[in-house]
Ligand binder design. Sequence first.
Ligand code: MRU
Length: 359
Amino acid sequence: MKIHGKHYRSVWPIGESAFGIIDQSKLPFEFVTLELKSAQDAARVIKVMITRGAPLIGAVAAYGLALAIRHDPSDENLTATHDMLAETRPTAINLRWALNRVCESVRNHPRADRAALAWKEAQAIADEDAAMCEAIGRNGLAIIRDLHRKNGGKVNILTHCNAGWLATVDWGTALAPIYMAHDEGIPLHVWVDETRPRNQGASLTAFELGAHGVNHTIIADNAGGHYMQDGKVDMCIVGTDRVTTNGDVANKIGTYLKALAAKDNNVPFYVALPSSTIDWTLKSGRDIPIEERSSDELLKMTGRTPSGTILTVEIAAPGSPGANPGFDVTPARLITGFITERGTCEATEQGLRSLFPAA
Ligand code: MRU
């Protein structure tokens, strides 16, 4: 993705003793990059969501663990740092998947070799994520092309949260097909759910789409159903933080309600995912741990004043408690299909296994 004419990934190595990320907490008002030098740095930016999105936190954690191994390659440090990073966010499976990959890459090797092996594995995880997302883009593009051929006009797509290049290493999951369709000249418009309480849609998805020149409109989370009833949504595409073997999907809170509205209005509802997001150990979405975050995220808002100052203000009745589940589970029956790096399939165990028979 290009920002001010320069190509960026969302995470990049700096030599072999540090790595860079974009400070997503400063977007959309400022584009700031950070240099991270330790696993503790990585854990902090994941926890407070300076970096976020299921595939990206996996890659950031992998680089963090690789830095810890450089500092101390013992088995004890490997296990302790793995556990410390794995605890930062509970719902996205990519985090544990990436940490396990780094552990496996060094486990049966002499300590002297471990730092180089772990760094190489972290880079492989990042490169593979970019390649998987590009393939998701090509597979999803075929669906958008088809809709355009049938409709003959502009394709209206609704998305929730941010599943673009900022949430992955490059391209994005749900947004990759949108970028490719736009680049191919298919007329598009994207309805961007603001995605309360952290506003990933209004601040990140809208920023990405704007930077790429994609026509879009930010809407309140509750407006999607209305536009579907009005025939103004041709399809929905969202990302996911964890898919279970029966095809249930955990994604940012509010996704479930969009899927219900889509079903009621015969709007196709697609979920885009790299295979690193499939949890082959869980049978159903009921087993997915749902992250509970601070109610401050709900009861306060951060924004920019006309004078350019960034301010956080209270927006709720003083003293009222809030509850803030980060994710919900959309049952497989509401999902039209999965878009993966290996192609598209039904949201069922059979569908997933048809694309990933060795899993
Ligand atoms: O809490 P976040 O911002 O990390 O949640 C991100 C999402 O829910 C994304 O939709 C998900 O990770 C999709 S992956 C590209």
